[in-house]
Design a protein around this ligand. Structure first.
Ligand code: HEC
Length: 138
């Protein structure tokens, strides 16, 4: 079928807008689901309730001058900077960084590595649930 040029342009504009709207809806739902998914796993591992305030306290707790904020920055909405490599790290707040917490392997890998580096020990399942709940709310 022959579509007049102007109409065709309008169609393309509409499709473009519609595509972006769909993408937006898809990513925001994926976001909520991915954090929920990790929290569900922690629940299965014995956590009955996550405490965001405890998570925030832990995030800023200092151990020999090391804290989660050493690399991730003073606020979860801000860019972080790796204390050693000086590489920039995207914000931890999902509202500022939509790619956050999509992959449980990545989340667990970094919890393990960063808790060890910061606190000199692994974080408990309860601590991970508390921190993630606080970060996700930012
Ligand atoms: C020495 C630097 C450093 C410190 C200190 C640090 N992190 Fe990280 N963290 C990183 C880097 C680098 C990444 C991977 C890059 C990225 O995800 O943008 C990361 C990623 C993460 C992720 C994965 C995020 C995702 O999107 O899946 C979590 C969770 C995390 N860190 C938690 C913590 C917690 C909790 C602490 C404190 C106990 C902490 N980090 C302290 C450097 C650090």
């Amino acid at each position: 079928m022959l579509i007049p040029r102007k109409l065709n342009k309008m169609k393309n504009k509409f499709l473009h807008f519609f595509g972006i709207a769909l993408l937006y809806i898809a990513t925001s739902t994926a976001q909520a689901n991915s954090v929920d998914k990790h929290l569900q796993t922690y629940q299965q591992q014995g956590v009955s309730q996550a405490d965001a305030a405890a998570g925030e306290q832990l995030w800023y707790a200092s151990n020999n001058n090391r804290s989660c904020s050493s690399c991730h920055g003073a606020k979860p909405h801000d860019m972080g900077k790796h204390i050693k490599t000086r590489k920039l790290i995207n914000p931890m707040a999902p509202s500022a960084s939509p790619g956050r917490y999509q992959d449980s392997i990545k989340v667990e890998k970094w919890f393990l590595r960063n808790c060890k580096w910061t606190f000199g020990r692994i974080c408990s399942v309860q601590e991970k649930a508390d921190i993630l709940t606080w970060l996700a709310s930012q």
